[in-house]
Design a protein around this ligand. Structure first.
Ligand SMILES: *Cc1c(COP(=O)(O)O)cnc(C)c1O
Length: 397
């Protein structure tokens, strides 16, 4: 493993004063509109809970995209199901013909991802699932916000999950919703005071790391709220030993931990999701995405994965298709550019020839942050550096 320097700008949203500007007047479509929400500590825990709610378990087949991250497969294995991988097309849309060919009597569920925030053809997929008598799980880890055919993303699936850490300045979080089934009987447990403390402090620290806490100090009410909340809990904690302060999912690991599956998300995360300015998140992500799109279109050796940004799409990141990933990845990382590579590691026992498109995307699509907490200076620095690297690759053919 090569050690790259720490990214010079935050890869994911960090806490700042701007995180809080409230916007009570405007409604923004999101997965929160779908119905009752269960807040847990990760997206993968939500997938495991969705499987349990659907009573999908031992030997049941679950259709997963060949373009995936390990954290999506882990809960399927954890629940003793059999993953069956299906093809996706080069625009990341699901290949329904391929899925159809893989169906059999033990196939119970189709999981689809709205990659990078861009919706699948969900109306068609919904009809497909109904016709073939399988359930649908919408993985909205990349699409917390947005709509399709006038309906919030997350409302097409029997269940839908989100990974809230990808959109909010928080340490841990995922959620489960259902537009079709009641989830009120699903009981979540508290993860304890040590966890609550860690969730709050970690988010503050991350903001501090990137110079945001200077602004935060101006927020009198938040430190007071946190101080009282945290110290109250520390006192209680002193007697209890062996507390697991946080789930592995928050440390970048791909695994799923049984004991974290049914734990409720922290007060801090739930508070942030309620209080963060949704209008700003949506507006800024779209603006940042378009700035990246405009600046990085037409460079040699790469092109934006998607050709535009339709209304109603709220991007998770900016995906750039890179022709020679080996050459450019290290160069960009050494400059301190944050790069996410979704699916960089694919499920080991998946046959590699199932979907050459997925194998290619997993290597060649670099994702750059477009989140709401990037400052204009950070965004233009990143754009300048990325342009420099690709321009030095040579002229456009
Ligand atoms: C990140 C991710 C998950 C898992 O979310 P965690 O919060 O990391 O557990 C699931 N599906 C997709 C598509 C993801 O990108």
């Amino acid at each position: 493993m090569v050690d790259f320097p720490k990214p010079r700008i935050p890869t994911s949203p960090v806490l700042s004063l701007a995180s809080f500007s409230s916007d009570k007047h405007q409604h923004v479509p999101s997965i929160l509109d779908v119905g009752q929400v269960k807040f847990v500590t990760s997206g993968r825990a939500s997938i495991a809970l969705a499987l349990r709610q659907m009573k999908i378990g031992k030997n049941d087949k679950v259709l997963l995209p060949a373009y995936h991250c390990i954290a999506m497969v882990e809960p399927v294995i954890e629940e003793n199901c059999v993953p069956v991988f299906y093809k996706i097309n080069s625009d990341t849309s699901v290949d329904l013909e391929d899925i159809h060919a893989r169906l059999d009597n033990s196939t119970k569920l189709l999981i689809v991802v709205n990659y990078f925030g861009f919706p699948q053809n969900l109306s068609k997929i919904r009809i497909f699932c109904d016709e073939n008598n399988i359930l649908l799980l919408e993985d909205c880890a990349h699409s917390f916000f947005g709509e399709y055919d006038g309906r919030a993303l997350g409302s097409f699936g029997d269940y839908a999950i989100a990974s809230t850490v990808k959109f909010f300045p928080i340490y841990e979080g995922g959620l489960l919703v259902s537009s079709r089934h009641s989830i009120s009987s699903l009981h979540l447990e508290s993860a304890g005071a040590g966890f609550e403390m860690k969730a709050a402090l970690n988010a503050l620290e991350k903001g501090f790391e990137y110079g945001r806490l200077r602004l935060l100090q101006k927020l009198i009410y938040l430190p007071i709220l946190l101080k009282n909340f945290i110290w109250g809990h520390i006192k209680k904690r002193v007697s209890s030993k062996n507390i697991d302060f946080g789930p592995g999912s928050s440390n970048g690991g791909p695994e799923i931990e049984e004991k974290w599956i049914n734990k409720e998300s922290s007060f801090f995360s739930r508070y942030m999701i309620k209080r963060a300015s949704q209008t700003q998140i949506v507006t800024r992500r779209r603006e940042n995405y378009l700035a990246l799109f405009n600046a990085l279109t037409g460079l040699p050796g790469c092109h934006p994965l998607f050709s535009g940004l339709a209304d109603g799409v709220v991007p998770y990141v900016f995906p750039l298709f890179v022709e020679d990933p080996e050459k450019n990845f290290g160069t960009l990382k050494n400059l301190g550019i944050p790069i996410i590579r979704f699916g960089e590691f694919l499920w080991q026992s998946m046959e590699t020839n199932i979907c050459p498109v997925s194998t290619s995307l997993s290597k060649r699509v670099f994702q750059f942050p477009c989140h709401q907490e990037l400052t204009p200076a950070e965004l233009s620095w990143m754009i300048k550096e990325i342009r420099g690297v690709f321009l030095s690759n040579g002229p456009v053919e």
